[in-house]
Design a binder for this molecule. Sequence first.
Ligand code: FES
Length: 222
Amino acid sequence: MEPLNVSAMQKSDVVNARTGERWLYSPIVKDHFFNPRNLLLEEPTEGDFDARGTVGSPACGDVMDIWIKVDRDQDRIKELKWKTFGCGSAIAATSMFSVMVTENGGMKMAEALKIKPQDIMERLGGLPNRKIHCSVLADKAFRKAVNNYFHATGQHERVIVEGARIIDARLNVTDKDIEEAVLEGATNLEEVQNKLKVGVGDPAAIPAIEELVRFYKEKYFG
Ligand code: FES
């Protein structure tokens, strides 16, 4: 067995044994990982929360669950609890997201819906690029919970519709598939095509694919 390079290890929190890739987590990420805020410890009973949102990550198969309680008169998030089968980055990002949404008396619904993955990342002091898809889980589960809340309270006109747009009709590939490919690490047309084969038999779709890759790279990686 190879001896461990201790001085290199000290400069990294994680070393991929196969590729040798290493990365470092910020002290804030570690704090939220070891002391997660607003974690749901017991199964909620009827009436504890106004809505729940659950999403799975196509990138890694992990699952995120979020429960919210809303002050209907003020349209503010009163409480947000969460639970996940996800990695340390998902735990830290969701913990931070739960703080952002509930601090200072709770955020107005409209403001909370504007929180972007970069805002969470900024408060965390950064995350390794390959971990961005983990932080997006909180935001997606929250939107789902909010939509469920809107439905449950008859505010159907406020439901956020995030319809998928077909980009390559022959393969039935949508903009959401391209979003996931970028979150999984594809950074250009070629890498997206390696994953999805999108546009290979349909050159007319290529400009739209390139535009989406640019859009999602900017959205998630700044
Ligand atoms: S949530 Fe699955 S790898 Fe982070």
